[in-house]
Design a protein around this ligand. Sequence first.
Ligand code: FA5
Length: 397
Amino acid sequence: MLFPQGRSTAAPQLGAMFDTKMEARNKSEQTLAALAVSEPAQIPALFAEIRARFDSEVLSAEDESSWKRFRDAWLGRKSGVLALITDNWLKPATPQLKRAVGQELNQIRAHVESTIEERRKSVEAGAAESAGARDRVDLSLPGVLRPLGSHHLIRQVLQQIEDIFVSIGFSVVEGPEIETPYYNFEALNIPEFHPVRDDMDTFYLQLPKGAPQPLLLRTHTSPMQIRTMEKRQPPVRVIVPGKVYRRDNPDATHSFIFHQVEGLAVDSDITFCDFTGTIEYFVQQFFGPGVKTRFRPSYFPFTEPSVEFDVSCIFCGGSGSAANGGACSKCKGSGWIELFGAGMVDPAVYGFVKYDPKKVSGFAFGMGIDRLAMLKYGIDDIQVFFQNDVRFLRQFP
Ligand code: FA5
């Protein structure tokens, strides 16, 4: 034990480290008389012994905390070895011994102080060196792999659609998801109380009393036909991707939020042939050369004539029969799948945007991106696009 028993809670630790000084300490706790020292000639040997123990212990102060404990054990003001020597040897020394003890004590104090200071420097340098080694960048280690996300399949399909139309001279524009009834309906030749509104009536926003007009979540991207023609003079060739909203009950092919791409081409001499040629080119590029296409008569208030555009069923190859011999469940045995609505722009629409219907003509179409993605990638439930299940998303890196 370095310290007398029961003095300090730190004593057992210190004792374990500086065990060989036990004697030095024990001696410093006793008076010279108790140590049977009465002659000045005995003093140097006594201090030599203390110094030898100090020198042998100092190297065991290897880090900052053990250095501090070592410093306190020797230089502590109340109970350091040198303080004990002062109290127990110097102060009570006989006048005959005092001078010799004082001289030796000064020498050993200088030695202890300078050695402990040197030791502090080398302990600090060692700590800095090992910290440097710890912090050094090892360029041979492999880098940290950070998982990269990918675009959602809807975004990927949209990109494919955009690339095809941009390659034939269309540009991409976007418009607001919150619309006025004027742009969503009236300017598209769908007046109030027109029965078509029943199919597309939608989510109206709750507005403060006195709001100038009602607002709604757009039911299709067609309002951008009007907004585009209001801003631009023919020739116009744009596609408009975006989210749309309807009060449709969710099932395998319906969602109340889905995505459309509107297309609009207006110029002085656009014919129905330009229209069919453009659409067929798109379908061949998007699905590949194997698919067949067909138009069916349909009705939209803002196109005349209007058509529904079908592709041969990619699941049964257009045969209408499933592999087990029954009817194909995807096309319900018809061999065809409806892709989107389209038509030649109704001349009445030009009246809303101040185009002269006698001078211009054009076509428009509105595709459901989600349905196109389902067809191309054989996905049988539209809801997976909105569920954010990474097991699904990871299949389309
Ligand atoms: C329209 O929305 C018209 N605006 C399209 C149009 C544009 C016609 C320009 C003429 C000229 P329709 O209601 O059929 O049309 O919707 C277009 C496509 O959106 C559908 O073919 C289908 O692919 C998709 N769609 C419609 N309702 C839903 C729904 N609830 N969930 C997912 N996709 C839908």
